[in-house]
Design a protein. Structure first.
Length: 406
């Protein structure tokens, strides 16, 4: 049963797509330039273009569907503790993003990445262009989402909030039934193109190094979070960490904060330093808005892919803006596999100016290690719950039974 589930999982399908794409691309690369080779490349390039257009069309819908309903839900439970929880979740995600960006500027120049602009084969042009324009620009969608969500929360517009929740379900259905199923094909076609050009064979060792660097970054950030939480709350963070092993392993297996929620609640409930009401309130909330590991991963990967495909990492000002907005998207992203990178496709293409190849590489390398980013998110939730507990004690907030429906 577990084997069958693995074979139907997204990471397995992505691996198959990557393997087939690279194999077919290398085969085309080594073959003579015949009419059959040219026809095959025309099909690959054209189909990749059409699928890329469809994915890009859905980006504003994903932004509105993820961000606006999340804001209305937070607003409907407005309280001082909720405000503190959102602030520290955003601070953690933003801090992780900036830490990753700084690490990228320090480490990426030493990874021996060469630009792929030279000594590569040239792909043929698209046979026909099926243009599918977005319903609105990415930044317009972001501003609309924030304004609409805040206004609905301020006015207690129950009908609008209900409509936004329904729209979120529709968008999630589009993502799960349309976008996710075509991702393996889109990524396979992209890797076929990259393999034909020669990009893959030149940069594979770099990808392996980057994944190891990101894993090390996860543990550094988790350590920092627990040290800060221990200092603020005045308790030994090891009394919380030692209970989080099952949650970490479950997150690695499920790649979903939402799917790990039950185990995370059990682990946090066993930790004596954490108040039970803060566990009931904080753990479910942070599972949806605290994605520090995913954010850290995405920033470093984006910088690496920018160096590989475009010859340079983005400018510091661009990366700071990207990190600030990515923290917002992390709060609005769903706790499902790939939720962060799917929700932030708009700023990847809009701010970092990634094309189809960059987007496909980002989706692939992120998905293949997403389990460890999720494990970092879930484990970090314990540290933020420690901070909530410390805040409640310092401000003499009485302990009570709290349950929220997220």
């Amino acid at each position: 049963m577990k084997k069958n589930k693995f074979f139907h999982s997204l990471p397995f399908k992505l691996l198959v797509g990557v393997a087939l794409g690279i194999g077919f691309g290398l085969l085309l690369n080594l073959s003579n330039e015949t009419a059959i080779t040219t026809a095959a490349l025309n099909i690959v390039v054209t189909l990749k273009y059409i699928l890329g257009q469809l994915i890009n069309f859905c980006v504003p819908l994903i932004i509105i569907g993820f961000i606006a309903p999340s804001i209305t839900k937070l607003g409907s439970h407005a309280s001082r503790m909720l405000g503190v929880a959102v602030c520290i979740a955003y601070a953690s995600s933003l801090g992780a993003a900036l830490f990753s960006a700084l690490s990228g500027y320090v480490l990426i120049p030493h990874l021996s990445i060469s630009s792929t602009a030279d000594k590569l084969k040239t792909l043929p042009d698209v046979v026909f262009e099926l243009s599918i324009p977005q319903i609105m620009p990415v930044m317009s969608a972001l501003v609309l989402s924030v304004m609409l969500g805040l206004a609905a929360a301020w006015t207690s517009a129950k009908l609008t909030a209900s409509l936004l929740e329904e729209f979120q379900k529709i968008v999630l259905s589009i993502v799960s039934r349309a976008i996710i199923p075509i991702l393996p094909l889109f990524i396979g076609l992209t890797f076929c193109s990259l393999a034909y050009e020669g990009t893959i064979t030149r940069q594979l060792p770099v990808f392996l190094k980057v994944i190891l660097i990101v894993l090390a970054g996860h543990f550094i950030w988790m350590t920092l979070l627990y040290v800060i939480a221990g200092v603020y709350s005045g308790v030994n963070p090891m009394e919380v960490i030692r209970h989080y092993g099952p949650a970490y392993l479950t997150a690695v297996g499920t790649m979903s904060s939402a799917a790990t929620l039950a185990v995370a609640l059990q682990c946090a409930g066993k930790a004596k330093p954490l108040r039970k009401d803060m566990v009931q309130f904080g753990i479910p909330l942070f599972a949806n808005i605290h994605l520090c590991g995913s954010v850290l991963t995405e920033v470093f990967f984006c910088m690496t892919i920018s160096k590989i495909l475009y010859g340079a990492v983005p400018a510091p000002g661009t990366m700071v803006l990207f990190c600030v907005l990515l923290g917002v998207f992390a709060i609005g992203a769903p706790g499902v596999p790939g939720g962060t990178v799917m929700a932030s496709l708009g700023i990847i293409t809009g701010i970092l100016k990634f094309g189809d190849s960059g987007t496909a590489l980002m989706l692939t390398i992120f998905a293949l290690q997403d389990s460890f980013g999720t494990a970092c998110n879930v484990t970090g939730d314990g540290a933020l719950t420690m901070i909530l507990t410390g805040y409640a004690k310092k401000h003499n907030i009485k302990e009570q039974n709290i349950s929220i429906d997220l």
